[in-house]
Ligand binder design. Sequence first.
Ligand SMILES: Cc1ncc(COP(=O)(O)O)c(C=O)c1O
Length: 440
Amino acid sequence: MLQDAVERHMIRYIGDFPGFFIERADGAYIYDDRGRKILDFTSGQMCATLGHNHPEVVAAIQRSCDRAIHLFSWLLAPEVVELCRELAALLPPQLQKVILLNTGSEANEAALRMAKLATGGYEVVGLSASFHGLTGGAGAVTYSVGRTGTGPALPGSMAIPAPNAYRCPIRHCAGTCDLACLDVGFEQVDQQSTGALAAAIVEPIISTGGVIVPPVGYFPRLKELCEARGMLLILDEAQTAFGRVGSNFCFEQDGVVPDFLAVSKTLGGGIPLAATVTSAEIEEDCYQKGFVHVTSHVSDPLPAAVGLAVLEVLRRERLAERAVMLGVRLEAGLRELQQRYEVIGDVRGRGLLWGVELVTDRHSRTPNAALGTKITQRCLALGLSMNIVALPRLASVWRIAPPLTCSGAQIDEGLSILDQAIRDSLQHAGQASTAEQQTA
Ligand SMILES: Cc1ncc(COP(=O)(O)O)c(C=O)c1O
């Protein structure tokens, strides 16, 4: 019945739907209508860093129902101002002015619009594997997916090669990126520019594009290249902020302070909440130039109250430290699987955000999309929800990101299911593991 309604009434926004329904989510697990308990190694859509339906998120929502859920955009509730102040308190003095929005795309739109207004330019540089959302401005600088068939992107959108050490985009490095792609990329930007450069927008770890971790020194060099051209640097920390990679913000580990910080998914604990943060100088400049970014849900009290609860849990439960601790365990398990299975070409990540790249064999490094999809389906059948980032012809990578609140035993449970799913799928395909090949 329900499936019939899916087929009749739902727009297929990401291929086919799974054919079963989720009835409940709690902590690190989701529960389906077939009675299955499924361990969630995707933290929902990367938002449930506190686990699903965290009691303090639920309590904040309930409190808001007794106070105010939504207001005229110009009116402010105290929780909105408090969240802006709390965010600023976590950030360096250069980042003190905040606007509270709803989605990651929207946070990037606000940053892009302000950067254009402040610089007077319109050209925006992104990375070739980027994902910044699918709205007009953010979608124009999203190069990993979603570009096909929807006409021209915004004029002035340019891509430079993503610093992928495993698959050097300029066929130059072998295993360690030496930043040549960045310098080459900017040379090409200079050649294409009409003299109206406004901003560069980058994820500190390029997540949807295959969990690509830029090398040490990448961000200071990027900032230098931006400053030399009067461009502003936007860091999109939709997935990496608030503990996921072992610190409040990923940029703290990268030796750079951006001109704009966009945060979203991990701030809302599952509720749509995002923020764009910039300096007092840029904010003043944009204000003087008549900046307007009013939306239906800008500064809404309910999500702000939830954001305050998320930050409180993050601080009290030291979730950034927990991400490091659990990340060590997860990485060790993934590297063990890599030893065992030839089809795991690369393991990379930070904190509790890991990418596992699937290949046909380690020598050719040919992306193994078919096997990746098969193992992911087997994982689900065995009770583990995994996300495969499958970029046609480019890569097939699992993005593994359990909630930061999960236990060590749950990390082990996920690794063990993954192990079994790989074994089952290879056996089915008639391939042996590396260990089996060696002992044969
Ligand atoms: C880095 C990054 N930026 C922006 C977005 C877009 O966020 P939203 O889907 O909330 O608009 C995403 C979503 O996956 C993302 O990963």
